[in-house]
Design a protein around this ligand. Sequence first.
Ligand SMILES: *[C@@H]1O[C@H](CO)[C@@H](O)[C@H](O)[C@H]1NC(C)=O
Ligand SMILES: *[C@@H]1O[C@H](CO)[C@@H](O)[C@H](O)[C@H]1NC(C)=O
Ligand SMILES: *[C@@H]1O[C@H](CO)[C@@H](O)[C@H](O)[C@H]1NC(C)=O
Ligand SMILES: *[C@@H]1O[C@H](CO)[C@@H](O)[C@H](O)[C@H]1NC(C)=O
Ligand SMILES: *[C@@H]1O[C@H](CO)[C@@H](O)[C@H](O)[C@H]1NC(C)=O
Length: 410
Amino acid sequence: MTVLPIILVAASLVLAQAPTDPPSNQTGRLPALGWNTWNAYGCNINESKVLAAANQFVSLGLKNAGYEYINIDDCWSVISGRDSSGRIVPDPTKFPNGISGVASQVHALGLKIGIYSDAGTNTCAGFPGSLGHEVTDATTFASWGIDYLKYDNCNVPNNWTDSSSPPGGDWYNSNSAIRYRQMAAALAHISHPIQLDICIWGLADVWTWGARVGHSWRMLGDASPTWSYIMNIIKVNVAHLDAVDFFGHNDMDMMEIGNGDLSIQEERTHFAAWAFFKSPILLGTDLSQLTSEEIGIITNKELLAFSQDTIIGTPAMPFIAFPGAPTTSPPEYYAGASSKGIHVFIINTSSSTASKNFALSNVPGLGTSGNFKIHDMWSSSDLSGIFSANSSFTVDVQAHDTVAYLITRA
Ligand SMILES: *[C@@H]1O[C@H](CO)[C@@H](O)[C@H](O)[C@H]1NC(C)=O
Ligand SMILES: *[C@@H]1O[C@H](CO)[C@@H](O)[C@H](O)[C@H]1NC(C)=O
Ligand SMILES: *[C@@H]1O[C@H](CO)[C@@H](O)[C@H](O)[C@H]1NC(C)=O
Ligand SMILES: *[C@@H]1O[C@H](CO)[C@@H](O)[C@H](O)[C@H]1NC(C)=O
Ligand SMILES: *[C@@H]1O[C@H](CO)[C@@H](O)[C@H](O)[C@H]1NC(C)=O
């Protein structure tokens, strides 16, 4: 048995050399608000489409509502390889002014710009990846003025994967995490802060180490514009809400509002859940096609304020609505604190559920005495009446809809 010790020595050499640079604290304190090309256009992207979205951020009031990042996803570079200096080259047909030309126009609108790469040899669509080129690529992105990097997980060489639990059981020391740590180190050594999204699809227990490496981390594979995706990612996410706080956010993937055939109620639940779990909210549709009702959802001031609270960084968590309440998967009742008070969110997940109710005394943080008023965050209006701590509150929720309340002392 001489082979085993040699493997262990090799593994510990990689570990000893793996960088440990923490993510920048100049960016990513709050969940990112923005837009990304992928769900809208896939690989069929170009400068006009990116700049159209940036201009719509201004004209549709999204910039005023707090949306900031315009992010370019996969397929932006020349697929055949790097230039003679080893740099990735922007596709000159799609981006005739380069990425730096787009970046300067996005910055001129008072917005920020994101780019995409991959912790493997190639991106998911087969374009050059950054594994082994981290310093060159981080430096190139910084020279273009990039503010955000989505870093994907396709085309990973065999010797960089993890076939079992890493040494010591800490996934921070896994090959998967080290691939991301190498990019984090490269980003740490450039002067310009770049927010890092670890697009690792919920693998390698990323919620246990994501905040030591980046600012947000994907919890599952790609989103689809379906109710089943929304229910599934909420189920996955509720198991790991303890990982979420300032500078570290579970990423539930980019938004599908405007895509597929989601009902308006389902779109409200989609937006509310991403906001109350403090996921990044990156819109993913042709913004010019959104209805005024959909724009109303994505610019809802009170839900965005919960997401972007500067005093409280933790998300809403499931709670037991009344003694003996049935449990569902995903849960339907959530409560969380903001700097304005205590919030309750209720999702109607089922076509057979009865009217929703909760005992005020069961809401964490509310206290068990005194009187309260209840404010509807969607309509920005107070409900009539005063509710005592010993009362129950009942509401009819439409199929697949989510109600959102702020509860404060009367
Ligand atoms: C931000 O990071 C820098 C560099 O690591 C550190 O010196 C500084 O104390 C940090 N600031 C805060 C507010 O954590
Ligand atoms: C981008 O694509 C659209 C249609 O797909 C086209 O009208 C436009 O001219 C293109 N812009 C560039 C810079 O290629
Ligand atoms: C995988 O192989 C490459 C090429 O030999 C090497 O540079 C790299 O360090 C290896 N990765 C690990 C985790 O051993
Ligand atoms: C939830 O949606 C179903 C339809 O799927 C509806 O029958 C039910 O009344 C709704 N629940 C409430 C509390 O309104
Ligand atoms: C509920 O509390 C109010 C005072 O806040 C009190 O007058 C009332 O008797 C209480 N009701 C019950 C059922 O305990």
